[in-house]
Design a binder for this molecule. Sequence first.
Ligand code: TYD
Ligand code: MG
Length: 454
Amino acid sequence: MAKVKTAYFCQNCGHEAPKWLGRCPSCSEWNTFVEEVITKGKKEVTVFSKSSKRTSKPQAIHEIEEIPQQRLQMVDRELNRVLGDGLVPGSLTLFGGEPGIGKSTLMLQMAMQETKHKILYVSGEESDQQIKMRASRIGELNENCFLLTETQLESIFKHAENLQPTMLVIDSIQTIHSENIESSPGSISQIRECTAQLLRFAKQTETPVFLIGHITKEGSLAGPKVLEHMVDTVLQFEGDRNHVYRLLRSIKNRFGSTNELGIYEMLGNGLRQVDNPSEILISNNQDDLSGSAIAATLEGLRPMLIEVQALVSTAAYGTPQRSATGFDLRRLNMLLAVMEKRCGFKLGAKDVFLNIAGGIKVSDPGIDLAVVASILSSNADIAIKKNISLSAEVGLSGEIRPVNRVDQRISEAEKLGFDKIIISKDNKGIKQSDFKIEIVGCSRIEEVLRELFG
Ligand code: TYD
Ligand code: MG
């Protein structure tokens, strides 16, 4: 009997080593090595028939014919946008997200909407009864959608060959295993081998393939970073499970920009596309409450207005508490230090709580000024007028810095009926005559305060 060959794999980055190591030399993580069987039984079998049309001889670059990419336009506009205006045939897309965030729901919904295409939805996680129940909950059933509950890759390929689907969805890559590899499903070597085979399948049959992948507690795609560089596109589904909004981001896209953002609302009957995110991210509270400011931000290429809420109170204990939801805590601490040192506000002995409405995470520095304004508003207990929005970065010396694409932010604020927007004086090229909304340029926090509170 042949001796079983094993090797050790880092569960974080996929680094292979002949013996166990405490620390991975590649990604420097501790305690990540796990032994896995690597004996390959048979030689790789290719089950898919359509042969590759590509030639493999070197060609001069100017002689290569440019064939315009025929993209499949999806019914789901948000998905279409994030993929870079349609789905490229033969592309392999990894769709990641935390458990329970709605990955299966989005993919199934997509499968139900694409009535013009034949779709094979393979699930290794749920029974066909469960999936059918969910599909009926989402809406009309698509006669062209076929379900397969299977975890064995070779068998999936056989069914795919018989069915010849236009699109293949695998839910999830962690449950699929190939008979070429003996280690258990979900292990690095299985995931890597299955993804490699699916990639070959996608390229050779020109079938777009979606792979659902789980995300670990640390926020990276479970198991392997290896996966990320094998696939063409990596999409990530984000959001707070206790909130209804979900953001669809592209982290990597070989066929388009990674700046696009899709927004959904999780309802009882599936995910609703949100065309106008600003309307939902601003509360319709008519009362003037202190501690709330509206920021005109840009997520990816999408301008939207977001409500920032702050609560400042005298610390009950010695060490004041600072907490931020949806905003970087270190950046909050920095802004507090700037307000204290440069503007003389005594915030050192205050608890500060910050919250971005809607449960979404913002990384745009253009939100800084709204954060500062909401904190000062709560501190002084004076409300900021509902018709004012802010968009600027705050620098270390308390200066108001310009942000990119400010014209888009201003237009968005104008569209939503704001009367005034405060930006940096250094944002050049903005003409008041182009806009109906009043544009105020400031260079110091004190000037902003005068604008806000008189
Ligand atoms: P699911 O797609 O199973 O998550 P994932 O595949 O990412 O693990 O989503 C499960 C959650 O979505 C579950 O908590 C119920 C909720 N949900 C809705 O709110 N509305 C719906 O129409 C559906 C199908 C699910
Ligand atoms: Mg799922």
